[in-house]
Design a protein around this ligand. Structure first.
Ligand SMILES: Nc1ncnc2c1ncn2[C@@H]1O[C@H](COP(=O)(O)OP(=O)(O)O)[C@@H](O)[C@H]1O
Ligand SMILES: [Mg+2]
Length: 243
């Protein structure tokens, strides 16, 4: 049996000049599991990911992986503990090759360059970019840039990956293809995946559990079918004119 790991987020909060962007949010994520972090625009999803991955200091709360407190680990070292992320806005080095971009993820966790190159090439091939390995990232379509970002995250051999709107900017077909790929990943690689996505149909079919934020607070969590029927969730989404 594969190792089971747990990421625990315990009562994290963050204020920006008096605005409680994230207010006492807790959740856990196990390897092999897909958790959807959803909520209207501005509800605190990105701020939550920023705090969990060490990119933004928390006002309070704790982050643990298998009971080990990583609350004060600096962002650049968090991947060493098995936690990586991708960004709502793509962040690739456009002048580097796709291989080099993906290698950064591996080298960042201490994998030697030679092994990193082999791993990066294999991940790019797995994601369908095997023939673009040595091209500069700037030549890629938007969809392929998103895949390179995903490959870079996976190159750190993570236990947990947090994807902030990975389908942003993709058309419907590209989005469906990406989600089909994402659905396979957690079981295939024994990774716990947290994903932020606005499309309710997609998120419902992808995720094992959902965690819903509104104005920085948790308003519901649980199985997709239960969360969908939750009156507070329905009101929050109607209020934001999303479906
Ligand atoms: N760096 C920041 N400075 C000030 N306010 C911020 C900052 N980042 C986010 N916010 C505010 O915090 C709230 C939550 O933002 P965010 O986490 O980006 O929401 P989401 O990702 O759910 O759309 C919003 O009201 C946003 O304007
Ligand atoms: Mg966001």
């Amino acid at each position: 049996m594969e190792n089971l790991s747990t990421l625990a987020v315990k009562s994290i909060s963050k204020s920006f000049k008096g605005l409680k962007a994230v207010n006492d949010v807790s959740f856990h994520l196990k390897t092999g599991e897909i958790l959807g972090l959803i909520g209207p625009n501005g509800s605190g999803k990105t701020t939550t990911i920023n705090m969990v991955t060490g990119m933004l200091p928390k006002d309070s709360g704790h982050i643990e992986i298998d009971g080990q407190d990583i609350s004060d680990v600096p962002a650049y070292k968090v991947p060493v503990y098995g936690l990586v992320r991708t960004y709502q806005k793509i962040r690739l080095f456009k002048n580097l090759s796709n291989l080099e971009n993906v290698m950064i993820g591996a080298v960042g966790v201490g994998i030697k360059r030679r092994e990193a190159a082999v791993l990066a090439a294999s991940l790019l091939t797995e994601l369908g970019l095997g023939d673009r390995i040595n091209e500069p990232a700037q030549g890629l379509t938007f969809r392929d840039q998103r895949l390179v970002e995903l490959a870079r995250a996976l190159a750190a051999k993570p236990k947990f990956v947090m994807l902030d709107e990975p389908a942003a900017g993709l058309n419907e077909l590209e989005t469906d293809e990406l989600f089909a790929l994402l659905k396979e990943l957690p079981a295939k690689k024994n990774i716990g995946m947290l994903i932020v996505e606005h499309d309710m149909r997609l998120i419902m079919s992808l995720c094992h559990r959902l965690h819903v934020l509104n104005y920085g607070r948790t308003i519901a969590e649980g199985l997709p079918d239960d969360v969908r029927k939750d009156p507070e969730v329905i009101t929050a989404y109607l209020g934001s004119a999303a479906s």
